[in-house]
Design a protein around this ligand. Structure first.
Ligand SMILES: [Zn+2]
Length: 367
């Protein structure tokens, strides 16, 4: 496939690229008014070419009910950067004359509400969507926003969206399989290490941090506003979820946070993947807890303890406060234990990784 690369990025930034219409019939048109938005709403531009195709909503009201009462809270963070909270991952928003940039876009059914919230901040179109990783609570709105925006993400985000995944067990619950995402949901600009977006007087940097929450994580930094969106490598809602099936690892997450702490100014404002607006000190505290858990479990593993013994002994009970959310204390303990006791493996192959293009004359590592 002939996809745009970072080297062609400047063309995108000039606004010369006409993004193919998504034809996103699944999304209903935006509601007539933005009831939850505080900023003064200006005259809305004409609605995009969303055709009033009847959505098959009567078939699945319980699913939609999940989002019916969700409101999108808008919080000004710094400069022209805002944080949106609704259901799913937090959204960072940069507004300005060049258009809106959003980082992550929650679940698909929330796109009209997100749009309404954005209109309360700016009447410009959304020009860029950056995905911090591939999970559906961060990329669900991609289809809706692809009408007007270019979607940017690490290449493994595209690969995993393209592939979907079978049903798996996460934190003791079986999760439904995820079908391959439609073309409109896919990032059209991908990068390996980092990419910059120069709009609205900002020099936004999306920086890949490998194998933490998933293998496609990026933190997205707005240096002029001094704000960072950490994706799900950092959460204010308890223990981190390590999506091992998506190439995540606890030690990778620790490394990702170390990288972020080394890179970011001490007074940076931190948008976590989930939870309230935070500081770098919050990130350090979170990281220290994760590192301590790894240290505690590692010491027990060296004593040949079993997972069941560690659970029975409640070896990380001092962090029980972090285990009250999505990831319980035992679930996180299990993740760490399994990682520390796993045999040394070859580097995780990224989703959809193609075989080496050149014939291997010598046995080289996969990475
Ligand atoms: Zn996630």
């Amino acid at each position: 496939m002939n996809r745009p690369t970072a080297s062609r990025f400047s063309a995108l930034l000039l606004g010369l690229l006409v993004v193919p219409c998504a034809g996103c019939a699944a999304e209903p048109p935006p509601p007539p008014s933005p009831p939850t938005v505080t900023a003064a709403a200006r005259k809305a531009p004409p609605p995009p070419e969303v055709k009033p195709v009847a959505a098959p909503e009567p078939a699945a009201p319980p699913v939609d009910d999940r989002f019916a009462k969700v409101t999108i809270e808008v919080q000004k963070v710094s400069g022209n950067v805002y944080m949106l909270k609704g259901a799913g991952g937090n959204i960072a928003v940069l507004v300005g004359d060049d258009g809106i940039v959003i980082v992550d876009d929650q679940f698909a059914p929330l796109a009209p509400k997100i749009r309404a919230a954005l209109k309360g901040i700016s009447d410009k179109p959304v020009k860029f969507v950056v995905n911090t990783h591939w999970h559906g609570d961060h990329t669900g709105g991609n289809v809706a926003f692809s009408n007007e925006a270019s979607i940017v993400a690490h290449e493994n985000v595209r690969k995993r969206l393209l592939e979907g995944r079978p049903a798996i067990e996460i934190a003791g619950k079986t999760r439904d399989p995820i079908p391959p995402a439609p073309k409109e949901a896919l990032p059209i600009v991908t990068f390996e290490d980092s990419v910059s977006i120069h709009v609205n007087g900002e020099d936004i940097r999306a920086i890949h941090v490998p194998h933490g929450h998933t293998d496609g994580d990026s933190l997205v930094y707005f240096p002029h506003a001094n704000v960072v969106h950490m994706g799900d490598d950092f959460t204010m809602e308890g223990f981190p979820f390590i999506d091992v099936a998506s190439g995540g690892s606890v030690r990778g997450l620790v490394g990702a946070i170390d990288k972020a702490v080394a890179l970011l100014p001490a007074d940076v404002k931190v948008i976590p993947g989930h939870g309230t607006l935070s500081t770098l000190d919050d990130v350090k505290k979170f990281s220290a807890a994760v590192k301590d858990v790894v240290k505690i479990v590692d010491a027990e593993v060296k004593k040949k303890k079993t997972l069941e013994q560690l659970k029975a002994q409640k070896v990380i009970a001092k962090y029980d406060d972090l285990g009250k959310g999505f990831i319980t204390t035992d679930s996180f303990l299990e993740t760490v234990y399994k990682e520390l006791t796993a045999p040394p493996a070859a580097p995780t192959k990224p989703a959809g990784a193609a075989p080496p293009a050149k014939p291997a004359t010598t046995p080289t590592p996969a990475h």
